[in-house]
Design a protein. Sequence first.
Length: 342
Amino acid sequence: MKNPFGNDLAIDIGTANTVIYKAHHGIVLNEPSVLCINTDTGNVLSVGVGARSMIGRTPDNIVSIRPLKDGVVADFETAQKMLRIFMEKVGMKKLLSRPTVVIAVPPVVTSVEHRAIKDAAYAAGARKVYIMEEPMAAAIGAGLPVQEPMGSMVVDIGGGTTDVAVISLGGIVTSRSIRVGGDALDASIVSYIKNQYSLLIGDRTAEELKMSIGSAYKTPEDTDARIRGRDLVTGLPKDLMVSAKEIRAAIEDQVAKVVSAIKATLDETPPDLVADLSRNGIMLAGGGALLKGLPERLRAETGMPVSVAHDPLHAVVNGAGKCVENLDLLKRILIPEAKNHA
């Protein structure tokens, strides 16, 4: 049953960003999953965009916390605060009725972590909470025919995890989740620059390098980029030119793990569904889908067609949003909430 005036929410609590989708309104919030907290008082000073700009620039008594690590809640209390603030930002306090909330989580999340995430949403004011696996949400958001009797494959590369799933008839037939994502690529770039040049760069610089010249496969537009960091020998600022080839080498181990996860999932897929996949191909979603040369690399490695979702960064929350707008139709693919909340 659809309610065009509903205030129900779909939430993708990512390692890097939290995105909230309001039923029949679309995405209403997209901010970094970061808080700045005063350790002396315990007060939250900033959350989201403001908190991210403070990272690495705060005094000792102010810390920047990312409550999710590798796609799961690492700090429950902080995650609860963050979720409550984000839900208030989208007008939660002004609602006459408490909303139903669909939250997308990686398949690696345990039942205990499910409970922690649900409790955070209830504490923030939700009436009913459903948990949905991110690969299913990404597949729906990417427009794949998940309820049809045919195989669809989605690879969702987020900040903390990469989830690979083969879906048919509204269910996940086989899947694999590895704790490799955008953060791991950034860390590999930081490590490479440190080891090769004795230059220390920050995560944000590494992310900018990855986005500007990083690639998973040799591309015609390989270029160089200038970076600045701290020389570990002299302790002074230093500029450096690095090439796309170097950055490709820096992230190769992580990209290879993604390729291996896809091949392992295909190995476990029933033959009839593999025949479907050879025609329908692989759908890439998540921020990692934007890595240059990744579709070409996967085509070369698997021999299958590879495409990128129309809006890869928001495929998960858009899929969860479609579910919150059509709960009666899609309850079968949600993980039900058994606990009764008043």
